[in-house]
Design a protein around this ligand. Structure first.
Ligand code: ASP
Length: 290
């Protein structure tokens, strides 16, 4: 299940993962770095209106407004950038990158994040599609529980041994306005240590962010565990401590400096995309409870 060999290697969460991975590999083939790869991989899910949990076409909050969270982290300089509760920008991951590269802050939220993006030259872009608006209207009529949520999380190792990670999400469907998940929180939604590896988490942010899942996975890899063992060890430890046990919604993808990859979740049913040795595949994550 684990991939051996050096970069370039990319991993991206969920069944949109392979398409994202392909875009990331194309960025590398065009001379880009791992940072370019994780940014451009995330663009695919952000721009796809069929992906209802990320960017354009995402399910809005309970007031009918799409608010998104995104972050990016670059191994060689250990820099990070992140945005939360951002509205009206097509590629939140790129705003996060701009925050990082601007260098003054790590995280911007809400109206301030939008204003920063506009000043940086990002055009305003309505993220609410007619289809998502109709879903929201339907939801308002019925107020049924809507557990839907996912994140595009991407980890990459380039041929020069540089690691990067990104993530982007609209969070929980019909969330409370202002709700922020784990994704834009460094150490929780994503983490990279260029000497060790990178990880990105997906699942219910309220579950994940109390356990700093991505940092924990990188710490396990730093202690010598290969990525799959590291992911499963962290998830098992969380399940053992949490009242919800393996009913928690938590999954993680990881890559280490050696180019070994992993994806794992509390339970079976976590697909993720892997690009390595020129091939892209959709894999099923390892699980704590089988
Ligand atoms: N972790 C994301 C959030 O809670 C959603 C997901 O990855 O499923 O915002």
């Amino acid at each position: 299940m684990e991939q051996q060999g050096a970069g370039p290697v990319l991993v991206a969460t969920w069944d949109f993962g392979p398409a994202c991975v392909r875009a990331g590999l194309a960025a590398l083939a065009a001379g880009g770095t791992a940072l370019d790869a994780v940014e451009q991989a995330a663009w695919v899910a952000e721009a796809d209106p069929q992906v209802h949990t990320v960017g354009f076409g995402a399910t809005p909050n309970r007031e009918g407004v799409v608010q998104v969270d995104a972050a990016i982290m670059w191994g060689p300089t250990h820099q990070a950038g992140s945005v939360a509760g951002l509205e009206g920008i097509l590629h939140p991951v790129s705003v996060a990158r701009r925050v990082m590269e601007q260098g003054e802050h790590v995280m911007l939220v809400g109206a301030g994040a939008h204003a920063f993006a506009r000043r940086a030259g990002f055009p305003a872009h309505d993220l609410l599609t007619p289809a998502a608006h109709r879903r929201w209207q339907e939801w308002r009529r019925q107020y049924r529980d809507e557990p839907s949520h996912d994140t595009v999380g991407v980890v990459a190792l380039d041929a020069q041994g540089r690691l990067a990670v990104s993530c982007s999400t609209s969070g929980l469907a019909y969330k409370q306005p202002g709700r922020v998940g784990d994704s834009p929180i460094v150490g929780s939604g994503l983490y990279v240590d260029n000497q060790v590896g990178a990880a990105a988490a997906t699942g219910r942010g309220e579950d994940l962010m109390r356990y700093c899942v991505s940092y924990a996975v990188v710490a396990e890899m730093a202690a010598g565990r290969p990525p799959m063992e590291a992911c499963l060890a962290v998830l098992a430890r969380i399940a053992a401590r949490d009242p919800k046990g393996t009913n928690m919604e938590a999954a993680v993808v990881a890559v280490d400096r050696q180019g070994r990859t992993a994806g794992a979740a509390m339970r079976p049913g976590f697909p993720y995309g892997v690009g390595a040795a020129g091939e892209v595949s959709l894999r099923q994550g390892g699980a704590v409870a089988v």
